[in-house]
Design a protein around this ligand. Structure first.
Ligand SMILES: Cc1ncc(COP(=O)(O)O)c(C=O)c1O
Length: 436
């Protein structure tokens, strides 16, 4: 990190303040143990201050560096920062609706294959662009699409597949990519919970046509609010850049003009010849950009990404051991595809059939009596959510596992702020509910 604004004495002073801000007490049994959290270091906060003192505020030097480092680390040609993972998903799908893609563009009524169990903003863009989500069941215990359902899901209207790597555990990218190639479908990987995961040695998010990330505090790195879209295809990159930045045709960076040298000498649409290229719109866009303050914090957090992922893996392995040795007959724990390396978001548990119906009491016990935080697998079965009761959709087969996830599945923390003492305590607390 290059500090232009912070002299040594200011850095020392800010460092002392920042150290206080990032301190956290999590004594098992006394303090609350959250299911997710951010791990910040003083240098992350200092980076944000440095960006404030630049006075530039909108995307600038920190954003350029953040995007280029994220692209490199995620194995993509281009990473485009946006203001949330949900915006990233919307931008990803919107990119595939661009008229510039001709026949390949998604149009209202086209079908997009996805799952019914997951986070709502993986499905929302499909509905927002008047496409039809085709909902498949998931497998337990990896909570990803059952690849055997893909052939049953496809129809003459199918144009794309949009799936999340659930809680950091990659879906079967071999099966999905092979199927997509066979039918000429687009693939969007919602990688919001899986930054750093791999499939067959490649980073997830870079294998499909578009990948998305979230940098909300629960995620692998944070900038408060934020996200990114990962792309490899130059045509899609151009469309996504334009859509993120109001739909403009011009590609000048903020604060720069006439990079193309043809600012006043082009013919665009039916505009008068020479209409200022800065105000030519070739897409119906958004403004999803981030500030340089967010980018600076994100850039600093990227320094910790690899260590964070490793700690998540180590914590997940440790808790798996602790839970399986005591509770294997009570709960089902995660499994991973043989070609995948997960970048765990949480530690997922599903109650075995003989304990069905106990989740509600268990989670209340953990929360109130043990001070152990838990989370559900987001929306459960999205079709049962109030906002989605009347949504246009098609279901493939039944959604038995999805309904089971809705009633019997939950997750607890393995985020990098947790140590073995917390994980021991989480396992012991679940065990004590079952009288172990
Ligand atoms: C799979 C998935 N996709 C998208 C999102 C949305 O990300 P954001 O909260 O940054 O909008 C989340 C949020 O946690 C998520 O879990």
């Amino acid at each position: 990190m290059e500090y232009k604004n912070l002299g040594e004495s200011l850095k020392r002073e800010l460092n002392a303040i920042a150290k206080e801000r990032v301190k956290r007490s999590m004594r098992p049994g006394i303090d609350y143990i959250p299911a997710s959290g951010k791990l910040m270091f003083p240098q992350d906060l200092l980076a944000g201050v440095e960006a404030v003192l630049d006075g530039w505020l909108t995307g600038g030097r920190f954003n350029r560096e953040f995007e280029s480092r994220l692209a490199k680390e995620s194995g993509s040609l281009r990473a485009l920062s946006v203001n949330s993972g949900s915006s990233a998903n919307l931008l990803a799908l919107a990119t595939l609706t661009s008229p510039k893609l001709g026949e390949r563009a998604l149009k209202p009524g086209d079908e997009v294959i996805t799952v019914a169990s997951g986070f709502p903003t993986t499905v929302n863009p499909i509905l927002q662009y008047r496409c039809i989500p085709v909902l498949c069941d998931v497998q337990i215990p990896n909570y990803n699409i059952d690849p055997d359902l893909l052939e049953k899901a496809v129809s003459s209207k199918t144009k794309a597949i949009m799936l999340a790597h659930t809680l950091g555990n990659p879906f079967d990218l071999d099966a999905v990519m092979e199927f997509a190639q066979k039918y000429g479908l687009w693939v969007i990987e919602d990688n919001c919970d899986a930054l750093g995961a791999k499939f067959d040695g490649k980073r997830t998010g870079s294998i499909g046509h578009i990948g998305t990330c979230s940098f909300y505090p629960a995620h692998h790195i944070t900038m408060g609010e934020g996200g990114a879209v990962l792309l490899n295809d130059p045509e899609l990159i151009r469309i996504a850049e334009s859509l993120r930045d109001w739909g403009r045709d011009c590609w000048c960076e903020t604060g720069h003009d006439n990079t193309c040298g043809r600012r006043f000498s082009g013919q665009h649409g039916k505009l008068p010849f020479g209409y200022d290229h800065k105000y030519v719109y070739s897409e119906r866009g958004f403004n999803f950009k981030i500030t340089d303050i967010q980018a600076a914090i994100g850039l600093s957090q990227l320094d910790s990404l690899e260590a964070f992922i490793q700690k998540r893996r180590q914590n997940h392995a440790y808790l798996t051991k602790r839970i399986r040795e005591r509770l294997d007959d009570v709960v089902i724990t995660d499994t991973v595809h043989p070609k995948a390396e997960a970048a765990w978001f949480g530690f997922t548990l599903t109650l075995r059939e003989k304990h069905a119906g106990k989740r509600h009491a268990l989670l209340q016990y953990l929360e109130s009596e043990k001070k152990v935080g838990s989370r559900l697998l987001f929306a459960g079965n999205i079709l049962k959510q109030p906002a989605y009761l009347n949504m246009p959709h098609r279901v493939v087969g039944g959604l038995e596992n999805t309904d089971r996830v809705m009633t019997e599945t939950f997750w607890v923390g393995i985020w990098p702020g947790l140590e073995e003492e917390h994980l021991d305590y989480i396992a012991a607390s679940i065990a004590s509910f079952f009288g172990r």
